[in-house]
Design a protein around this ligand. Structure first.
Ligand code: AHG
Ligand code: MN
Ligand code: MN
Length: 344
């Protein structure tokens, strides 16, 4: 069997402990929180792998707060994360894409100083056809660290620049965990034979420009003019060989972002005439991915503003999303601006 190429074998737990050691104020609480969370991810990864065998595929009768038909695996992953995290004593409140309201910590359990928000299963439309899906999460510190009571909506609605850590797990041909705590982005690959996430890619950097764009082109007829101009531009061959771009779109944000992070280019979920704020949710999807992109040297905006500076107003708020290589995101922004100027 070929050996791992990394010179040091580092598990995610060791990595987080070492990062904590760089902060003298660290109490170890955060590393314990992360350890619990990676347990939840390991359980979800196992259940995703066995979904076809355990008859857990398909839909439920429920429709979620976004008006979408909920899949059984969505609910299962949500349940696993909540049950794993609520009793650790590290969290004061949680919020999930699948819950209309805040998820409070049961009264008999201890509240801690962190806030966890997550999209338990991203890529629902791909669940039943064995295409990559994932889990997205981010962690904040509660606003008043001395408060020992339950967390509030204000604790959850913090701007993205306040994220303490963010990441995603991708259940693909292998399970990988991509993680940042503001000190670059590291990739861990799950080794099922030992049950550990091992560091396989340290401080990943996204290329300055790519040659791939990723968007649901089926919505093109509803796009703003600037968006249509930009995509036509990408498809026009150029003498310098930079264009035309290739189109790749899995329809699972985690997978599309993962490829963009490695190969460069741009991932977009733009506004359109029937969804003026796009589809993706600021708190559970756009903010964690924006943090990761910036930490890998990329750029993430809503077409005009830096995502991480947007102040969330509600739990399930949506935000248009343009993220990836710096030069590509700057370029789409200039197309959107130019079209706005012409239309006044
Ligand atoms: P979720 O499965 O958590 O609801 O998220 C699905 C999202 C995201 O993963 C993906 O980028 C996007 O929906 C795809 O939407 P379209 O099918 O409209 O392109
Ligand atoms: Mn999602
Ligand atoms: Mn989801």
């Amino acid at each position: 069997m070929p050996f791992l190429k990394t010179s040091n074998l580092v598990s995610i737990e060791r990595h987080i402990v070492e990062e904590g050691a760089m902060h003298p104020e660290a109490t170890g609480e955060f590393s314990r929180l992360l350890r619990d969370f990676t347990l939840a991810l390991r359980i979800v990864a196992r259940d995703v792998r066995r979904a076809g065998l355990n008859d857990i595929l398909g839909q439920t009768d429920a429709v979620n707060t976004h008006g979408e038909r909920v899949k059984r695996l969505d609910i299962h992953a949500n349940d696993v994360i909540i049950r794993t995290m609520e009793r650790g004593g590290h969290l004061c409140v949680m919020a999930s894409e699948e819950n209309a309201d805040l998820i409070t910590i049961p009264q008999q359990l201890t509240c801690g100083k962190y806030v966890l928000v997550f999209d338990p299963l991203d890529g629902s439309s791909n669940i039943d056809v064995n295409v990559s899906i994932g889990t997205i999460f981010s962690i904040y510190r509660r606003l008043d660290e001395h408060d020992t009571g339950p967390g509030t909506l204000a604790d959850v609605l913090q701007p993205g620049f306040r994220q303490v850590a963010a990441g995603y797990a991708m259940y693909g041909s292998s399970t990988q965990l991509v993680y940042t705590s503001g000190n670059g982005v590291d990739v861990f690959t799950f080794d099922p034979t030992i049950g550990e996430f091992l560091l396989t890619f340290e401080k990943i950097r996204i290329p300055q420009r790519g040659k791939i764009y990723s968007v649901n082109s089926g919505n093109a007829y509803k796009w703003p003019q600037g968006m249509r101009d930009y995509v036509s531009h990408l498809l026009r061959p150029s003498d310098d060989g930079l264009r035309p771009y290739s189109l790749r779109y899995v329809g699972t944000m985690v997978a599309d972002i993962h490829r963009t992070l490695h190969y460069g280019g741009i991932f977009m979920y733009p506004p359109d005439s029937s969804a003026p704020s796009g589809k993706l949710r600021l708190v559970y999807e756009v903010n964690p991915m924006a943090f990761i992109m910036e930490q890998a040297g990329g750029r993430a905006t809503d077409g005009h503003r830096r995502v991480l500076e947007v102040i969330p107003e509600s739990l399930h708020q949506r935000l248009p999303c343009f993220m990836g290589s710096v030069d590509d995101v700057l370029e789409v922004e200039s197309f959107l601006r130019a079209a706005n100027e012409i239309s006044g």
